[in-house]
Structure formats: structure tokens, C-alpha cells
Design a protein around this ligand. Sequence first.
Ligand code: UGA
Ligand code: MN
Length: 245
Amino acid sequence: PTIYAITPTYSRPVQKAELTRLANTFRQVARLHWILVEDAAARSELVSRFVAGAGLPCTHLHVPTPRRYKRPGLPRATEQRNAGLAWLRQRHQHLPLPQPGVLFFADDDNTYSLELFQEMRTTRKVSVWPVGLVGGRRYERPVVENGKVVGWYTGWRADRPFAIDMAGFAVSLQVILSHPKAVFKRRGSQPGMQESDFLKQITTVEELEPKANNCTKVLVWHTRTEKVNLANEPKYHLDTVNIEI
Ligand code: UGA
Ligand code: MN
């Protein structure tokens, strides 16, 4: 199966560095199709140029987050992930049989091991695995007994139906197509509940397929990039060339 990676991304000083790191990982993965969704009213020149030279199959979309949702404490990238889902569904809806595919949500700042892609490629419906550096702990993970997920090891909101980060699961294309209404929701969605709100539309805890040696290995890390210090950017005496970073 093809692996589809949906990556929401937005303009900021570290954007190109994040995308470069991600492309360097994804380029090493066979049959990976990258769906980059800019949080913007139009495709930016920076990302367009980047995609053209990325050296892997890319689809470049954009949709702006409405201003009222750009507030601390509100979920991020809801509209962008939905745009990626809509593109996937539209591309496959005319085919008699969907091509085998696996979808996952790849935020632009996380760190992904190559082994993760081997694990997710065998997803039949919905697969799950541990995520490092998240939830106020070294890692969070699904707790597995006799090959089934029976609970969650987490330090944060253990009441979540699926106590898992966006980086902790993959979904088969078949499941995405057979649940055409499953989307990320703004209404009633609290921070940290986006994953649960989405997953409960398409699966149950009993049905989840544990990966990464029964969820005992961390193959993805919820790394976050420090905000860059631009305090010494000149206000006048600008550089003689304007260099893209
Ligand atoms: C955590 C989760 O890991 C995310 O999957 C979840 O979307 C997010 O919380 C949330 O609050 O909704 P965190 O590291 O705090 O992640 O979030 P970011 O990495 O800042 O953002 C997640 C993704 O959305 C990134 O790919 C980022 O580029 C994108 N994003 C962020 C936008 O497209 N627009 C924004 O305004 C902010
Ligand atoms: Mn992040």
C-alpha cells in the first residue's frame, strides 16, 4: 500500500527547516505520498518551491484557519487535516476498487523513525503505537493484553476514549472511504480531544491493531521546536540581498 502523510503547516521562521527535516525522512520511504496542507489563504511561494524540489510525490493544498480559531487553547490544524481527507476521498471516489493505502497525520515538527513506516504499512483498519515526549511523560502508549488494546498509559486526561496523540495512529484508506463523513470537528472539541473525536467515528478500542512490538517501542517523538530568537534582526541597514530561510 501507498502511505499518505497529511502534514498541516504554517508560515513561521522555522517552517522551511521543519519541512526540510521531514522531507529528508519521507524521501527514504517507499511509496509515500506527501499531502502538505498550508494554513494560508493561498499557496505560498516558499512552500511551492520547496515541494517542487522535495524529490518525492507531493500534493500541495491550502486552507486558512478562520481567525476566530487562531487562539491559544484551541485545537490547531483542524481545517488542514480535513482538506487532506477531502482530497484523498475525492481522488479515490471514482475508482471501482480503492487502491491499497494507509493514511497518517504527520505534524511538521515531530521526529519519525523509518521503522515506523514499516509498522504502519500493514495497517488493516486502524493501527496504534507509542509516542515519545508527550502528555507530560517520556512517552504515552496503548496498553496491550493478548494482542488487544485494553487501556492507555498516559499522564494527561486519562479519561480520553483514545488517549493518543495525532502521531500515534494510522488508518487504512478503505476505512477513510467507507466512513465518508468522518472529519475533525471544531464544534465541541476540546484541546487534546481531536484524536478521540475523530477515532470514535471510525473505530472502537477493541478493534485497534497494536504495532511496534505490542506498543512497547517508541518510533515517533512529539518533538517541539523552540521559538526562534530574532531580537537582533535589523530594522534598517537591511542585508543587501533578501534571503529565504
Ligand atoms: C499537539 C498535537 O500533537 C497536534 O497534533 C495537535 O494538532 C495540537 O496539539 C493541537 O493543539 O491541536 P503541538 O505540538 O502542540 O501538537 O502543535 P503544533 O505542532 O504547533 O501544531 C500541529 C500541526 O499543525 C503542525 O503540523 C503545525 O505546522 C500545524 N499548525 C499549527 C497549523 O497548520 N497552523 C497553526 O496555526 C498552528
Ligand atoms: Mn507539534
